[in-house]
Design a protein around this ligand. Structure first.
Ligand code: NAD
Length: 349
């Protein structure tokens, strides 16, 4: 197997911890990309990987992503990520969780965990029995924390407004047509905010009942999931899956703006160039969807209540505008500009 140092996703990570507790059935990886701005924050993913190399690659890639996301959100946190290698059956025992908490604790706060795919809010509470380096616990009265979805949705909504102002010269969303892919926690919130602001909404979700109920509530139109990306709209808002912006899907877009909450929307860096070549304004995903991490980070750092979270979420449009300004000045696509800005913020530019 290639050594981690030689893997394509190795990016001068500060540390890569390989954890094994055979008795507890735990195999895990904690990748710390950067602690330049503060403790390395990032969730734990519980996933059945094809092989160990795939798990290491995921930890390397996701932890770097967290460095960029936390830096661009203006947080005093670095970037890290943990993956727990699940068996094919997804066996998750209290012993395994306790052993993982012990491993997190042993790093003395250099890494702070939170919820990610395959982990629940209840798992975070269980982890908190073994370490205080965990976030995403039930919020105390008026404090930051709890479900990050509403903060993410608010940030995406504000980002869409900023993009509409920039690309279409409109000060509000009245009559602006927004096509939303996925109306769960994030997309549903975006749809409600945008509809309340006078936007016309078209939506699609694999969950037909969810889509129907929301559409009835806000007066939106529903289209099949395989049509949402080619709906003629002012804004396409991806709020479901990653890697949906590809050479062929970008060619089929009929919109002026792509701005949504999904993580890792671009299949490759070249797809950012393709959006730019088509004159479509792109809001880099980890900049526009940072509301949730702001909520989680302020809970952990203990220096925030809901008002502090909201104040930081309100800054998301400024960050997007700084990225778009940089893109205009340099001719580079916004995704590349955001990466370069994040690298500078973590002392690597
Ligand atoms: P969710 O599970 O609540 O909602 C996702 C919705 O997308 C579901 O209703 C699902 O049925 C639908 N969906 C799945 N595949 C689809 C498809 N092919 N076409 C249309 N709809 C489809 O998840 P969420 O919390 O709203 O997160 C959505 C995206 O935003 C994810 O990519 C997530 O990683 C990202 N994100 C979420 C947060 C957060 O705070 N929840 C923060 C940052 C990023």
């Amino acid at each position: 197997m290639t050594s981690p140092w030689d893997m394509p996703d190795f990016d001068d990570h500060e540390a890569l911890h390989l954890i094994r507790d055979a008795k507890a059935g735990l195999s895990a990886i904690i990748a710390i990309h950067s602690t330049h701005l503060g403790p390395a924050g990032g969730g734990t993913r519980f996933w059945h990987y094809l092989n160990n190399a795939a798990a290491i690659t995921d930890a390397l890639r996701l932890s770097r992503g967290m460095s960029y996301k936390n830096a661009m959100a203006g947080l005093a946190m670095g970037g890290g990520k943990a993956v727990i290698l699940s068996d094919a059956a997804g066996t998750k025992t209290p012993e395994l969780i306790a052993a993982f908490a012990k491993a997190v604790d042993s790093l003395g706060g250099r890494y702070v965990t939170a919820q990610d795919v395959g982990m629940s809010a209840a798992d975070m509470i269980a982890i908190s029995q073994g370490t205080r380096y965990v976030s995403g616990l039930p919020p105390k009265d008026g404090g930051a924390g709890g479900d990050p979805g509403p903060s993410t949705a608010m940030g995406v909504f504000l980002g869409i407004k900023a993009a509409v102002r920039r690309a279409l010269g409109k000060e509000d969303l009245a009559g602006v047509h927004i096509a939303i892919q996925g109306v769960g926690s994030v997309g549903g919130g975006v749809a409600r905010h945008a509809a309340a602001a006078g936007a016309r909404i078209t939506l699609a979700d694999r969950n037909g009942e969810l889509a129907r109920k929301l559409a009835d509530d806000i007066g939106a139109q529903i289209v099949p999931v395989d049509e949402i990306m080619s709906v003629e709209s002012d804004v396409f808002s991806p709020c479901a899956l990653g890697a949906i912006l590809t050479e062929s899907s970008i060619a089929a877009l009929r919109t002026a703006i792509v701005a949504g909450g999904a993580n890792n929307q671009l299949a490759t860096q070249a797809d950012g160039d393709r959006l730019q070549a088509r004159g479509i304004l792109y809001a880099p995903d980890y900049v526009i969807n940072a509301g949730g991490i702001i909520n989680v980070a302020l809970e952990y750092l203990g220096n925030g209540d809901r008002a502090a979270v909201n104040a930081k979420v309100l800054q998301i449009p400024d960050r997007l505008n700084a990225v778009w300004d940089g893109s205009e000045a340099s001719g580079q696509n916004p995704a590349r500009v955001a990466d370069a800005m994040a690298q500078r913020l973590i002392g690597r530019g």
